[in-house]
Write a protein that binds this ligand. Sequence first.
Ligand SMILES: Nc1nc2c(ncn2[C@@H]2O[C@H](COP(=O)(O)OP(=O)(O)OP(=O)(O)O)[C@@H](O)[C@H]2O)c(=O)[nH]1
Ligand SMILES: Nc1nc2c(ncn2[C@@H]2O[C@H](COP(=O)(O)OP(=O)(O)OP(=O)(O)O)[C@@H](O)[C@H]2O)c(=O)[nH]1
Length: 436
Amino acid sequence: MARPIVAIVGRPNVGKSTLFNRIVGGRVAIVEDTPGVTRDRLYQDAEWNGRLFTLVDTGGLDYQDDDQMVTHIRKQAELAIAEADLILFVVDARFGLTGTDEDVAKILRSSDKPVILVANKVEDFARVHELYDFFRLGLGEPVPVSAAEGRNTGDLLDMVMEKLPPVVEDGEDDDVIKIAVIGRPNVGKSSLVNAILGEERTIVSDIPGTTRDAIDTYIKRDGKNYLIIDTAGIRRRSKIGLATEKYSVIRSLRAIDRSDIVLMMIDAVEKLTDQDKRIAGYAHEKGRGAVLVVNKWDLVEKDSHTANRYIENLRDGLGFMQYAPVLFVSALTRQRVHRVLELVDYVSEQQNMRIATANLNDLLREAVMYSQPPQDRGRRLKIFYATQSGVKPPTFILFVNEPDIMHFSYLRYLENRLRSAYGFEGTPIKMVMRKR
Ligand SMILES: Nc1nc2c(ncn2[C@@H]2O[C@H](COP(=O)(O)OP(=O)(O)OP(=O)(O)O)[C@@H](O)[C@H]2O)c(=O)[nH]1
Ligand SMILES: Nc1nc2c(ncn2[C@@H]2O[C@H](COP(=O)(O)OP(=O)(O)OP(=O)(O)O)[C@@H](O)[C@H]2O)c(=O)[nH]1
């Protein structure tokens, strides 16, 4: 289920980041701080009255002069309109209405996204009548808050919840394999999706605008259903540097959240970037299945070692994702494109695999015999037994005497034993320690 995105927009110094911190750090629980991904304070997941949302602050603009500042804010507002579900437009009640505020308001008024006008820095609620000026922005009644003191921010969040679009369930479509196509701009995401669709020539329904993140495409193939979540295209809509990058990351993360399997696309002629690694790290930590799709393979001059050398490099760069199969394709010539869904099927089987408890414990006994569990100050870890508690990702509970003696490297060892016995290709494995 994709979380709605709430974007904070406004002039410099009106208190955007103070409001951001108030919301994510205050009475609202931070439900997760997207481990592995930039611990950028620019976006955070938060929860209010049981509803999850992602708050984005694109503030902290760099600018040389007022002209540049205004241009940046405009772009920011346009991006927010394109990518967010709701916009908090913050103005400074102490400073009063400015021309820039009116500029931004004009852009926001032209969109069909809900906007809440927030008049910040109101500490003295006896003076809210002074906000009268802000009505001129044509965005309704300004909501007075003091981000610094946390005044009225709860009411503001109640309003946010009211105005957010209703929760649209992705449907009880457990028989659909959800695939997120992830990768940097220009890596060939749209081309690959189109090539897959061309290859399949099967029942396809394009439902544009069903989600803000992407165009979702349903495919039926050999009686199986797939949902392809394509994250392409953000650059085409707005050619803006830094802020675009932020939104495109958020969009990727949302797509990963909704998926079962991630097609992590990498450009064959370019290096793996930190951004690639962070996004792959997020998919890993979320327990998603993964296939590394190296695209534009037609552009690479090859000899008999090229592919292997490429795989080695990838394995180096994405050490935590050794389990992901690598596929070299060309979306352009369609080379090996037909393998994509075959691999997706395979990974889907692997991530849904269940190991019978008896077999699991046989394997465990053997593993312990070959290599003793770690010890700490005379205490030795005892693993009593194990059971598989879930799939997608395969999750195992180990019942032990002292969970804190368990060592990372021993877990890795057990995971390797599991993998060499059962494969689990393309999926992370989770192991949970339980004291017994
Ligand atoms: N009195 C008062 N001051 C506030 C309030 N909220 C923020 N401020 C102050 O306003 C200044 C700007 O706050 P920020 O949160 O950094 O503003 P911003 O909009 O994120 O600014 P940029 O990063 O430049 O875009 C700081 O000095 C804050 O302490 C408030 O509710 N009341
Ligand atoms: N040579 C070659 N070019 C490709 C291949 N796949 C895509 N391209 C080209 O790469 C460019 C970008 O392709 P897109 O499919 O638009 O990339 P995208 O990832 O969807 O890009 P964004 O919409 O910016 O996120 C286009 O010019 C494609 O023709 C390929 O396999 N080989």
